[in-house]
Design a binder for this molecule. Structure first.
Ligand SMILES: [Zn+2]
Ligand SMILES: [Zn+2]
Length: 240
């Protein structure tokens, strides 16, 4: 994979609605546009995260135009996995969203239960057509059977995120796990999603570490679901 290529969409961005992030969707789309990013996933945390938005936030995403400051806004969530097949947003609300990331966060309804139970919970989420991406699966605080998760990704088409912030800001100790996941994704031809996990507009479209790891581990550019605006819309089953 040539390292100079950058994805056109950032599938993981937080706004002030998350309660601990610092930019509005207006600021984020302006920053994205300046960097040549054509789509952003507005993936604020699910309601189970302390300080996270109320359910009404997700219903009100319909007020946001599909394109803002020339950038496509994917109305989304970074939902918390609560257990086998269960997220912290009711299904009718999930159905209204363009983009659903699902993952583990401490203190949000599912704390580390060991590799077996953690993996079971993730595999069950990947069976759901409502879930598009498993976010930061390399988090060492929630160990997983990566081989099983990657095989399931290849089978179901659910993407596994290589989260750029995991390499230097969040979830210390993720780097080596992310490498293993990337290597397995290359081996099994599983779909990969790239996210900045930006909590401020300045960080939108920042993928440098994640891109380096994907290239080094042999992931093909075609495996990156958000490589272009068109591939992103196709992955999410959205119209342009
Ligand atoms: Zn997260
Ligand atoms: Zn996040």
């Amino acid at each position: 994979m040539p390292t100079m290529i950058k994805p056109e969409a950032d599938l993981h961005v937080h706004t002030v609605a998350s309660g601990h992030a610092f930019s509005t969707i207006g600021e984020i789309t302006l920053a994205a546009s300046a960097k040549g990013i054509r789509a952003v996933g507005m993936t604020d945390h699910g309601p189970a995260l302390p300080g996270g938005p109320h359910l009404y936030h997700f219903a009100a995403l319909r007020f946001i135009p599909a394109t803002l400051n020339g950038v496509r806004v994917l109305r989304g969530i970074e939902a918390n996995i609560l257990g086998k097949g269960k997220l912290d947003l009711p299904e009718p609300l999930l159905d209204r969203l363009d983009l659903v990331l699902a993952g583990f966060h401490e203190g949000c309804g599912f704390d580390d239960k060991g590799v077996k139970a953690n993996t079971r919970a993730v595999l069950s989420m990947m069976d759901s057509p409502r879930v598009h991406v498993i976010c930061h699966p390399g988090n060492p605080n929630f160990p997983l059977d990566y081989e099983a998760v990657v095989r399931q990704a290849a089978e179901t088409g659910t993407a596994l995120e290589i989260n750029n912030a995991s390499f230097y800001i969040s979830r210390r100790g993720s780097s080596s796990n992310c490498r293993v996941i990337a290597r397995l994704c290359a081996e099994h031809d599983a779909p990969v999603a790239l996210g900045s996990d930006a909590h401020i507009a300045d960080g939108v479209g920042e993928f440098s570490e994640a891109l380096k790891v994907l290239a080094e581990e042999g992931v093909k550019w075609e495996q990156v679901v958000n490589r272009s605006l068109a591939s992103t819309l196709q992955f999410l089953n959205l119209e342009s």
